[in-house]
Design a protein around this ligand. Structure first.
Ligand SMILES: C[S@@+](CC[C@H](N)C(=O)[O-])C[C@H]1O[C@@H](n2cnc3c(N)ncnc32)[C@H](O)[C@@H]1O
Length: 295
């Protein structure tokens, strides 16, 4: 039997509704979720947090999951403390703004803040978070920063900030865009982890380094929490579900395992081998708070 979604008596409103439904269906089919985005969304759902960064774990804060939101708020406060006070209008662009948690706090503290977010789900979360706000109407650019509409925002921002998002974008794409959209004298704030010290690519730009603080040890305790969650919660839960499905559909499971063996081994090694510790993080990564000025 053929099924058509087009009714014979379409009013203009119905057809607009249908068109939007069709667009949504197309969107669902076309837009594949990136594994990084999956990780961020799962982290948000499992941990019930609004920030998607590691947080600041100073000695006075006991390392337990229930303190994660406090550690993350301390990190947000540290970032905001780097910005000029909003005594006059300060336009901030939060690149890779996650769920919009920092964006919302910037607005609440008087900044004119906009956000860039390439993920549809996170974009929706940002819009929900800002829905009840009056005052500055934030622009949410739902695109990768590589595709930022430079011409609309030339020399527009006083600050661009990257909170654990700089690493996702190639500097050869992000740095020329930043130079175009920041005003002369504007600030660039990057807080992220790197394989070596501060990114070499910055040295080949006009940006002048004002501050470089190594905060690796204040951030790395988070690794213990992540590891504990992966090894002691997510792994056993996944194995239980696997055993349940295998009991009911043994052939299907064997086939799926055979087909996905390589991928599963990779995931297993990356997330479930128990090697995520603060020592490993400190040995292979450095986490820096970097502040630059564009002359
Ligand atoms: C680790 S999360 C950090 C989120 C948020 N800044 C925070 O601190 O909670 C990384 C963010 O970078 C964003 N991102 C990834 N690739 C990007 C790109 N090409 N352009 C802009 N943002 C990107 C992700 O969507 C995500 O929101």
């Amino acid at each position: 039997m053929k099924f058509s979604v087009t009714p014979k008596t379409e009013t203009a409103r119905d057809s607009a509704k249908l068109e939007s439904m069709r667009n949504e269906i197309r969107h669902v089919h076309v837009k594949k979720m990136h594994s990084r985005e999956l990780g961020l969304l799962l982290a948000r759902q499992l941990l019930d947090v609004e920030d998607l960064h590691y947080g600041l774990w100073d000695a006075d804060l006991e390392l337990r999951l229930s303190n994660l939101a406090t550690a993350q708020q301390r990190y947000n406060d540290m970032l905001i403390a780097q910005l000029p006070r909003p005594e006059r209008e300060v336009r901030v662009l939060d690149v890779g703004c996650g769920t919009g948690q920092l964006l919302r706090q910037l607005l609440d503290r008087g900044y004119s803040a906009d956000g860039v977010i390439p993920s549809k789900d996170l974009g929706d979360a940002v819009r929900r978070k800002l829905a009840d706000r009056s005052g500055h109407r934030s622009r949410i650019f739902e695109c990768g920063f590589e595709d930022f509409p430079v011409e609309q925002c030339r020399r527009h921002y006083d600050v661009a900030l990257f909170s654990e998002s700089f690493q996702y974008i190639s500097p050869s794409a992000s740095l020329p865009i930043l130079q175009a959209i920041l005003k002369p004298g504007a600030l660039l704030l990057i807080s992220d982890f790197f394989k070596s010290d501060a990114p070499e690519s910055m040295k080949r730009t006009p940006f002048v380094l004002l501050k470089d603080e190594d905060i690796t040890r204040r951030v790395s305790p988070n690794m213990e929490l992540v590891n504990d969650l992966l090894m002691n919660r997510i792994k056993p839960a996944t194995l239980t579900i696997g055993r349940y499905i295998e009991g009911r559909h043994p052939l299907l499971v064997r086939l799926a395992l055979a087909l996905l063996r390589k991928k599963l081994d990779k995931v297993n090694h990356k997330y479930f081998s128990g090697h995520r510790s603060r020592e490993v993080f400190e040995r292979f990564k450095t986490y820096h708070l970097l502040l630059y000025r564009l002359p």
